[in-house]
Design a protein around this ligand. Structure first.
Ligand code: PMV
Length: 376
């Protein structure tokens, strides 16, 4: 479905296309200003692994939005006196000027310039910090890119105050996707779907949409403790991993399995079928790593301690009639997921049994969050 009359003022039932994200002619002049957002990280339940240009997913995915692991970003902007089409910006990360981050942001600006042409018209000072420790092995690209995208949309809103809230969030997610695919799921909602799926209303390959279906009480306030098995740099980046899905012998069946798994998880979330939810989530995590192990060249991102933890989770679950389960992202760390009513017992299990398998006994307690927050 496509809105015909005025796509920027639309409220509901729109299926925005790439062209719709070209910025409307600015209605106001803004010489300078400052905007700030806090956005969270997210963890996929049904995984995105495999993409095509421009940063479009080969299959739909769904994630839990986190709360405690987030990025704060402030963007101060001032109109440049020259208009040479170049980008002018400084990055201050955790109190220090970071030249090393510049190429990534430069590339991001190049990708998004046709949608937010004002990026070459201002000088930006981007000041950012993460709530989670640097080099913890937690990817900061999802929270980092979504925070910067929200800031850019706040600037666009100053230039075009009439843009609708729906357009604002969808375009923020669209821009974040161009920075780092899974970042588009860190904008709005506690569960977010990215990638077109026939049973998810308004889902799109271009941006993430909040999962608007009913969720059983057991999944409310769901907990996620991130067990930091390996804080080092990954041996194979996600970018390379995604590329290796081209020509992968199992790619086609993996992509259709993910579509089916979204349909299944939707019914489990609604009915509260937690045992089925657990089986699906763990299978998704292991399938992701199976894709890595069967790529050419093949690679393994799990570490011995990843498997130690998984085995202990399975033993604990069987012995305690518990509903804990694990998921993994593209690394060795384990996300331990559990309902809020098991929180106390699971925390002591983590401390006594699991923390010994974490680097420096380090883990982070997190839980389901709601997405980006504007900082005043
Ligand atoms: O957003 P990227 O390119 O870092 O890829 C993320 C891929 C996984 O974290 C492994 C899965 C996912 O859906 O988040």
């Amino acid at each position: 479905m496509k809105l015909i009359r005025n796509k920027y003022l639309c409220v509901k039932y729109i299926d925005l296309m790439t062209e719709d994200f070209k910025e409307p002619i600015p209605s106001l002049q803004v010489a300078q200003g400052s905007v700030a957002w806090q956005t969270p990280s997210n963890i996929a339940l049904v995984k995105y692994w495999g993409k095509r240009d421009p940063q479009l997913p080969e299959n739909p995915s769904i994630s839990f939005t986190l709360k405690n692991c987030h990025t704060n970003t402030k963007v101060d902007f001032v109109k440049r006196t020259i208009t040479d089409g170049e980008f002018s910006f400084d990055i201050i990360f955790e109190g220090e000027k970071k030249e090393a981050f510049k190429p990534k942001i430069q590339k991001f600006f190049e990708r998004i310039q046709e949608y937010v042409p004002f990026v070459s018209e201002y000088h930006f000072t981007i000041t950012s910090d993460n709530s989670f420790p640097h080099s913890s092995g937690i990817a900061s690209s999802a929270s980092g890119m979504s925070a910067l995208s929200m800031c850019l949309m706040s600037i666009e809103k100053q230039l075009n105050p009439e843009i609708s809230e729906t357009y604002f969030y969808r375009k923020a997610s669209f821009l974040a996707r161009l920075g780092s695919g899974s970042a588009c799921r860190s904008v709005k909602g506690n569960l977010v779907v990215w990638g077109a799926h026939p049973e998810i209303a308004e889902s799109s390959d271009l941006y993430g949409v909040p999962f608007s279906e009913e969720i059983a009480p057991i999944f409310e306030n769901y907990q996620d403790t991130i067990l930091l098995v390996d804080k080092g740099e990954k041996q194979v980046s996600s970018t390379v991993g995604h590329q290796l899905m081209h020509g992968h012998p199992y790619a086609a069946s993996r992509f259709s399995q993910a579509v089916e798994n979204i349909s299944k998880i939707k019914t489990f979330l609604k009915s509260g079928a937690i045992k089925e939810f657990i089986a699906l989530v763990e299978s998704e995590a292991l399938t992701l790593h199976a894709m890595m192990m069967t790529s050419q060249p093949y690679f393994i991102l799990m570490k011995p301690n990843t498997l130690e933890i998984i085995n202990k989770i399975w033993a604990y679950r069987a012995e305690n009639d518990s509903n804990i389960c694990f998921t993994l992202d593209a690394g060795a760390n384990v996300h331990l997921l559990y309902p809020e009513n098991e929180k106390e017992k699971v925390h002591s299990f983590i401390e006594t049994e699991l923390s010994i398998h974490c680097q420096n006994n380090h883990f982070i307690h997190d839980e389901l969050g709601y997405g980006a927050k504007e900082m005043k």
